[in-house]
Write a protein of this length. Sequence first.
Length: 349
Amino acid sequence: MINKILNTFGARSLSAVINFMIAIVISQYLGPEGKGEQGIILATIAFVLVFSNLVGGATLVYLIPRYKPSLLILPSYLWSLGVSVIAFVLLWLFDIVEHEYILHICLLSVLNSFTNIHSTMLIGREKIKASNLISLMQPLIVISSLLISFMVLKDESVTAYIKALYFAFGGSLLVSIIYMFKTFGMISLYPIPAYFKVVNELFRLGFMNQMAHITQMMSFRLSYYFLELYHGDASVGIYSNGIQIMESIWLISKSISLVQYARIANTDDRKYSQELSVKLLKASFFISLLCIIPLLLLPESFYLFLFGKGFSGVKEVIWILAPGVLIYNISLILGHYFSGTGQYHVNTI
């Protein structure tokens, strides 16, 4: 288990570093306004995905040992497609984002949702390394594509970022399909009545688990849209950089909780699950605290050097977010304990 945690932490650490590089590159080339537009696009994709995960989300880890994979994957696909279609209509009607981005957001959401379904099913079989590789591919492809667009093709636009997302999400989807075939073989189709029970479980558990994630997403990202509405894209750019720096701290708890969740979901020993979760919670809290302190001590000039002169205020965002980020590390470990034991309603409460 320790090896899986270290592998996950290593992959997520590298992913966080690359994502931070992406933030720096976009900030330097597109400025606060361009970074703000990128933040809105990414936040909107995240909102679509959080509703897609009502079916086909993290509950697949719990259900994989209990149902045939073929019964789980088709309903998850269909739900993701349906959510993206509904998202397209809502985004178009309510002018939440610029119309030129809506189709791209919905298509990218489908690609990423399918990849997440595959990755989660692999975690359900404790194929942690495969899942980590799939996750790591996305930022690697994005940063490579951006550097080519900005430095070689001289295409310094938000469109270049959208193209990079297509390459990244499409590439990781193809790799995830290969791993799915190796792990589960060919997907079989069953008569429609055979899906009724599993669809009921997907909705029941998915709703209880994902409602907690939806409320979290509202608190994490809804502020982007209010900032854009009242203060413009530049404010979103500054705020999103502060958010990204602080959320990188969560990779510690997320790495630990991913392995914790897979382990607990595959055991019926409740006492072992509780003792394991307490140990992991303590380790996660203290490691996260050690990582937060240097971020608070760095001067504002350091962040201006990284992102550019237009990003004054990033350090203030970091100070404001620090207490909540630290407390959320505890919530992640506890939440994955309840998810791993099938008590999804606790996370919703």
